[in-house]
Design a protein around this ligand. Structure first.
Ligand code: R5P
Length: 295
């Protein structure tokens, strides 16, 4: 079955790396935004039976509409098997109703994606109360990859002997696997989120004075989690604090706040295009797509 990768212009560098790793042709989804906010999409007029669409869901709301339109349009143009490759999958954090009446976005975005795609592939999704991506996209194939080993190797090369730090308990899974693979020590901090821009991070009783600490997390959004953790590490006498995340959303003043908190380097994977990208997830994604195409 012949296959094609489709991508949008704002994710083209990753799309090219992914197509090259797969050996698949790559074509663009063209997009026009009308003055009233509606979107017109244009796909290649003839599609093969197997199509993968690359679309990260950073700043997700308009993109969800585009995904819905692109998937429906692709089927009319010949696609039979559709995979969504969404390196950053939004709406995964609201996985329970934290207060009565809250809509559980993860469940509903997941079921929307399951209606449109046979397979959804993502990286380090925020799955804490749900065990797997298969549960997020019921009845479909869900694949969760991790960039933590890539970031771990990058950190070990940049900061030999680094002390890896998880800024909260949820990040322990990524930090522990990177630390094990690189033979590095790690510790896990405790986080309390008080609001969108307010978090409190406390470090465990461990000696960080004089250590080169590297914070590793799945996502930096406002950056406040990392900022507070960096401040705590600095206050305990860490010699340096660097930051590595799979998904660098860095909204608003996140980067400036990290700098102001004494963070030296900021690294991210190319799951979200950003100046801090230092490792590519293309080979990971290519292996998962090749498996889907074979199976
Ligand atoms: C949540 O637990 C995640 O792992 C991140 O720590 C969090 O989403 C980061 O958000 P922010 O950068 O806004 O603090």
């Amino acid at each position: 079955m012949s296959a094609l990768l489709l991508a949008f212009d704002d994710e083209w560098p990753l799309a090219e790396r992914l197509a090259a790793a797969l050996g698949w042709p790559l074509q663009a989804v063209q997009r026009h935004r009308f003055p009233d906010g509606e979107t017109r999409l244009r796909l290649p007029p003839r599609l093969p039976a197997r199509v993968a669409l690359l679309r990260g869901l950073q700043q997700p709301n308009a993109k969800l509409t585009e995904l819905w339109l692109a998937a429906a349009g692709a089927r009319e143009l010949g696609a039979v098997q559709l995979a969504l490759v969404s390196p950053y999958l939004a709406y995964m954090r609201q996985d329970i109703a934290f207060t009565p009446g809250e809509v559980v976005s993860q469940r509903h975005v997941g079921s929307l994606l399951a209606q449109a795609f046979e397979c959804v592939i993502t990286i380090d999704p925020h799955l804490h109360r749900v065990r797997s991506m298969d549960e997020v996209v019921p009845g479909r194939r869900g694949v969760a990859l991790s960039a933590a080993p890539l970031l771990g190797a990058w950190i070990a090369a940049q900061v030999p002997g680094a002390l890896l730090v998880a800024p909260d308990e949820e990040a322990e899974q990524w930090v522990a696997s990177a630390a094990r693979a690189q033979g590095l020590p790690y510790l896990v901090a405790h986080k309390q989120r008080l609001g969108d821009h307010e978090v409190r991070v406390s470090l465990p009783h461990a000696d960080v004075a004089g250590r080169a600490a590297v914070l590793l997390d799945d996502v930096a959004s406002t950056g406040r989690t990392l900022v507070d953790a960096a401040k705590a590490l600095r206050a305990r006498g860490a010699a340096s604090v660097d930051v590595a995340v799979t998904h660098g959303l860095f909204v608003g003043d996140a980067l400036a706040s990290l700098q102001a908190a004494g963070v030296r380097e900021v690294w991210s994977s190319d799951s979200v295009p950003h100046a801090s990208n230092c490792v590519s997830v293309a080979p990971l994604l290519a292996r998962a797509l090749a498996d889907w195409a074979e199976g």
